[in-house]
Design a protein. Structure first.
Length: 221
C-alpha cells in the first residue's frame, strides 16, 4: 500500500507539471517588448520651427500605429547636433532606450559649419559600429548642403555618406529631403529647414528603406 501510494503521488506530480508547462513557456503577445526605433538626428528630425506633432518622426510613429506594427518610436534628435555631438551622447541614448533599430540622421551641421569631412566620416563609422555592437540595426540617412559652399566641398560632403554606407554595408537613404527642397513653400525662410507641409514627404522618403527592417509580426486586430 505504501508503494502504491508513493507511485500515485509521483504520477499526480508529473500530471501537474505537464499541465503547467504550457503556461510557463508561453509568452502572451501583449507582454512582449515592442520593437523600438530610435531616431538619432539634428533639427531636421527634431521638428525645428514647427510643432513636434507635425514632424516626420511623429508621423512615423502614427503610421506604425495605423498599420498595426508592434513598434514604437523614440525621437532622440537634438537641434544643432553635429556628428561629434551625436557620437558623444550615443552610448547614453542606446543604454536608456535600448532600440532595435536606429535611424542615423546627422552630418548636416558638420557641412553647414564646414567641419573637416574626415572627422565626420570617422564619427559616422564609429556610431554605426557602436549601434551594431549594442545589438541594433542601423539606417544611414544622408543629407546635402546648399551649393554656395562650393562645388568641391559639397560633392565631397555628399560622397562621405555614400562611401560610409558602402563600407559598412548599411541601408542608406542618399538624401532625406529629396523632392522637398525644390518644392515651393516646403522650406522655411532660412532655406534649410522644411515646413510642416513637407513632413509627410520626408516620411515617404524614409519609409521604403525603413519598412524592410520592421518586425514581420503585427499586433492582433
Amino acid at each position: 500500500m505504501r508503494r502504491s501510494g508513493f507511485l500515485n503521488s509521483i504520477a499526480a506530480l508529473w500530471f501537474a507539471l505537464f499541465m503547467l508547462a504550457p503556461v510557463v513557456q508561453a509568452v502572451p503577445a501583449e507582454d512582449q517588448k515592442p520593437f523600438r526605433v530610435m531616431v538619432l538626428g539634428d533639427s531636421l528630425s527634431a521638428a525645428y520651427g514647427i510643432s513636434p506633432k507635425q514632424g516626420w518622426v511623429t508621423l512615423l510613429a502614427e503610421r506604425l500605429r495605423q498599420e498595426a506594427y508592434s513598434a514604437e518610436v523614440v525621437n532622440a534628435a537634438i537641434s544643432g547636433n553635429t556628428t561629434a555631438a551625436g557620437r558623444s551622447r550615443l552610448a547614453g541614448a542606446l543604454a536608456e532606450h535600448q532600440p532595435n533599430l536606429v535611424l542615423l540622421e546627422l552630418g548636416g551641421n558638420d557641412g553647414l559649419q564646414v567641419l573637416p569631412l574626415q572627422a565626420m566620416r570617422k564619427n559616422l563609422e564609429t556610431m554605426i559600429d557602436e549601434i551594431r555592437e549594442s545589438g541594433a540595426d542601423v539606417v544611414l540617412l544622408g543629407i546635402r548642403i546648399p551649393p554656395n559652399y562650393g562645388q568641391r566641398y559639397t560633392h565631397a560632403f555628399e560622397r562621405v555618406f555614400k562611401e560610409v554606407a558602402e563600407e559598412k554595408k548599411t541601408p542608406f537613404l542618399p538624401f532625406l529631403l529629396e523632392g522637398v527642397v525644390e518644392h515651393s513653400g516646403w522650406m522655411q525662410d532660412d532655406g534649410i529647414h522644411p515646413t510642416a507641409a513637407a513632413q509627410p514627404a520626408i516620411l515617404e522618403n524614409v519609409w521604403p528603406v525603413l519598412k524592410p527592417l520592421l518586425p514581420a509580426g503585427k499586433k492582433r486586430e
